[in-house]
Design a protein around this ligand. Structure first.
Ligand code: 13P
Ligand code: 13P
Ligand code: MG
Ligand code: MG
Ligand code: MG
Length: 366
C-alpha cells in the first residue's frame, strides 16, 4: 500500500499586516482536519504557519490530486477565513480566489506539493515552507541538493545516488514542462533554472528507478488572478537518506541565504533566511523572505515529528549573513537589483508616470 504526503497552503489573513497568521486560524484548520481524519479521508496531519501562510501537512492513502483531500484543505481554509473575517484580520481569505471548489485546489489560489510512494523500512522527509517569495526560490537549493557534488557528498561517495537525478521543470508562463537528466544535462538545466520567475522545478526523480525524491508547489498567484494579490509563498517536500541525500545534505543548501524575488509588496530581491517555526515572523520591510524546514519520519502513513530543523545554532551564521545582505540590499531603496525589473514587479506606477510625461518627452537630436 502506498502513502501520499500532501502539503497545501494558503494565506487566509494575518495580524498586523502581512506578518503572522493568527493561532485561531490554525486551530480552525486543525478542527476540520481532525474531522477528516475521523472520517478516514486523511491518516494524519500537522498544521503550522510560515509568516502569514497556513500550511496543512497531511498523509493519506488516496494518491495525488485526490478530490476529497483537496476538498478537505479547501474547507479548512474556507472555515478559517470566516474566523479571519470576523476578527477583521489583514487580507482575510487573501489567497482564496474562487467561491466554489471544483475538484482540486490547483488554480483556486492555494499552493500544493504532493508525492506518493511505497514506504521504505524507514522514511525520513523534510517539508519546507516559505513566506514572502515565489516557487523559483527552490531552484537553487534543489539543484544543489540533487546535482551539486560540492553540496551533496553522496552524489560522489554513495553508490545509491551516484547515477544522479531527473528534474521536471515547468515553464509557468507558457504552461509547458520538460524532463532533464543530471549530471549529463547540467549546463542546459542551469540555463533554465537561473530564470527563477519563469522556469521552476516541479518534481525530482531518482534516475536509477524513477523513485520520487522531491515535489514543489509551483502555483503563481498573479498568473492565476491576473493581478497582484500577494506572493506565492511556496512549499516543498524532499525525501532523505537511503538512496536520497542525507538530511544534513538537504539542509546544507540553505546555509547560504541566496537572493530570491518577493519581500516588500512582492517586488524586491532579498536573501532567503532559514528560520525556526517561532522565528518565521517577517518584520523588516515585510521580510526578508523566510524558509522553515520540518523533519518527519513517515511510519504506516503517520507523521512522526516534526523536528524544527533550522532551530540549530549552526544556522545563526546564515541568519546573520541574511541580516547583513538585507541591510546592504535595503540601501538601494527603489533601485534595481533590490527592486525587481519593471516587467517582474507586482506593483508599479511606471505606466502612469510615463503617460503623465508623454508630452514632455522630446526627441534627442544627435
Ligand atoms: P550516524 O552514525 O550518526 O548515523 O551518521 C550517519 C551518516 O551518514 C550521517 O550523514
Ligand atoms: P504575502 O504574499 O505574504 O501576503 O505578502 C504580501 C506583501 O505584499 C508583503 O509586502
Ligand atoms: Mg499576506
Ligand atoms: Mg505570505
Ligand atoms: Mg502570499
Amino acid at each position: 500500500m502506498k502513502t501520499t504526503i500532501s502539503v497545501i497552503k494558503a494565506d487566509i489573513g494575518s495580524v498586523a499586516g502581512h506578518v503572522v497568521a493568527h493561532k485561531a486560524l490554525k486551530d480552525k484548520c486543525r478542527e476540520v482536519l481532525s474531522k477528516a481524519k475521523e472520517d478516514g479521508i486523511i491518516e494524519d496531519f500537522y498544521v503550522t504557519n510560515c509568516g502569514d501562510d497556513v500550511n496543512l501537512i497531511m498523509t493519506h492513502r488516496r494518491g495525488e490530486d485526490d478530490e476529497e483531500v483537496h476538498r478537505t484543505a479547501w474547507e479548512a481554509f474556507k472555515e478559517a477565513t470566516k474566523v479571519s473575517k470576523k476578527m477583521k484580520l489583514y487580507g482575510a481569505g487573501q489567497d482564496l480566489l474562487s467561491d466554489t471548489f471544483s475538484g482540486n485546489v490547483k488554480g483556486l489560489g492555494p499552493g500544493c506539493a504532493e508525492m506518493e510512494f511505497k514506504e521504505r523500512p524507514s522514511d525520513p522527509v523534510v517539508v519546507f515552507c516559505c513566506d514572502k517569495t515565489e516557487p523559483g526560490a527552490f531552484n537553487l537549493p534543489l539543484f544543489r541538493i540533487f546535482a551539486d557534488p560540492f553540496n551533496t557528498a553522496g552524489l560522489v561517495i554513495d553508490p545509491s545516488l551516484h547515477k544522479g537525478y531527473k528534474f521536471e521543470v515547468y515553464d509557468v508562463i507558457d504552461h509547458k514542462r520538460v524532463m532533464m537528466s543530471c549530471p549529463e544535462e547540467m549546463y542546459d538545466l542551469l540555463a533554465l533554472l537561473g530564470s527563477i520567475s519563469r522556469y521552476v522545478i516541479k518534481k525530482i526523480y531518482r534516475k536509477k528507478d524513477d523513485e520520487i525524491a522531491a515535489s514543489v508547489s509551483t502555483e503563481r498567484l498573479n498568473l492565476i488572478a491576473g493581478k497582484y494579490i500577494g506572493k506565492d509563498d511556496p512549499v516543498a517536500i524532499v525525501r532523505a537518506q537511503s538512496g536520497f541525500p542525507a538530511t544534513g545534505e538537504i539542509l546544507e543548501a540553505f546555509a547560504q541565504p541566496h537572493l530570491v524575488g518577493g519581500w516588500m509588496r512582492g517586488s524586491h530581491n532579498g536573501p532567503l533566511m532559514p528560520v525556526s517555526e517561532k522565528d518565521a515572523v517577517p518584520t523588516r520591510f515585510d521580510g526578508p523572505p523566510r524558509v522553515m524546514a520540518l523533519g518527519f519520519q513517515i511510519s504506516e502513513c503517520k507523521l512522526i515529528g516534526p523536528i524544527d530543523l533550522f532551530d540549530d545554532p549552526i544556522f545563526e551564521r546564515s541568519r546573520r549573513l541574511a541580516a547583513n545582505i538585507s541591510e546592504y540590499m535595503r540601501r538601494h531603496g527603489p533601485f534595481e537589483p533590490h527592486r525587481l525589473p519593471s516587467d517582474e514587479m507586482e506593483y508599479t506606477t511606471l505606466p502612469d508616470v510615463l503617460k503623465k510625461l508623454k508630452d514632455r518627452f522630446e526627441d534627442i537630436e544627435d
